[in-house]
Design a binder for this molecule. Structure first.
Ligand code: SF4
Length: 118
């Protein structure tokens, strides 16, 4: 099977072509002009990850919600579970930027951190 994708590791955006066997194992990567593109293609085919940004409900703040993000990229397959965990949480003000509001969300190893103050 052939998968085509754009490398988003830098603004150049090389068009990558990945050859996979029937079990999803990467056989070859082409179209990349540096090693980062090869790593991006392999990760994207074997364990795709994304940063998650959202908002979390706040008790006693100047606004009802505040923006949050994961401290590092998380597996794409865990995005909905993590969104659910964030939606089920209510945190108390005051909150400082960078505060960990949920630790190790859904066993991803990533924290949900505040991206603003309130
Ligand atoms: S393969 Fe290298 S040069 Fe091309 S977009 Fe990815 S990081 Fe940039």
């Amino acid at each position: 099977m052939i998968r085509e994708m754009i490398c988003v590791s830098c603004p150049i955006g090389c068009a990558l072509r990945v050859e996979l066997d029937d079990g999803g194992k990467v056989l070859s990567v082409s179209g990349n002009t540096c090693k980062r593109g090869e790593k991006y293609a392999i990760d994207e085919c074997t364990n795709p990850v994304r940063m998650l940004t959202s908002t979390i409900r706040v008790n006693g703040g100047s606004l009802p919600v505040m923006p949050v993000k994961t401290s590092k990229p998380i597996p794409k397959g865990k995005m909905f579970d993590c969104m659910k965990a964030i939606n089920n949480e209510v945190v108390d003000a005051p909150i400082k930027m960078g505060d960990v509001l949920i630790s190790n969300v859904c066993d991803t190893g990533a924290d949900i951190v505040a991206t603003n103050e309130m």
